[in-house]
Design a protein around this ligand. Sequence first.
Ligand SMILES: [Zn+2]
Length: 237
Amino acid sequence: MLHQKYPLKWNKKNFSIKIFCSIPNIATGILIKAGKTYLVVDPGDGILRDINKEIIPKKILTISDLFITHGHHDHIGGAWSLLTYMRVMNKKTPLSIHFPAGCVEIESIYNAFKKVYSKTIPYQISLNVITGSKSYKSNGVTIKPFPVIHKEYLNDGVTTKQVPALGYKFTYEDLNICYGGDTAYCTDLVKNAKGSDLAIIEAGHDEDTHDEIHMTLKEAKSIGQSAREYFLVHVPE
Ligand SMILES: [Zn+2]
């Protein structure tokens, strides 16, 4: 079994990414810097602590976009802290939260935050509920969302259902980073990862047999190798 050592860092020209961690059922946390723009992807538990070690508070307050791949706790557990920190520290610039339509977890965190602090939130929050896979631009970065296959077990422990889940391809200047989020092997990820400057591919399935929740190490590597460089993440520890 492969043991990934975090943080993982990648940096080309004015585009960089730091993956603080990505441990299944525990936490994921990713910071992207494109020029002077900071984006957070999958704010799992500990994201604020990790970002605070990385950049000064003034810069934390300039974070303009929050991208959610899906609503599992290991991908959004730190969202409340981040939103509240920005309130307490008096963030003035707007924040966009991008997430797949139907992601009730992040909607609920946002609604609770609005309810608790009602009129005392100093910054504007806009929600970008993603339904398709059309490219768009936000703060100088081009974002291409794409659907991925990620299922979860129902209470019976046998039946599975698809959760709202996306991967994102981020392009800045002439470089791009493809992050699949949590996903089983799927053609949309294969297509988007191919030829990308960096692919971040999960290998969360413990066994060698294909399933519809995570990828095996072999599946993940086969996709990663189609990119110029790749990181394998979300590997069980
Ligand atoms: Zn998940």
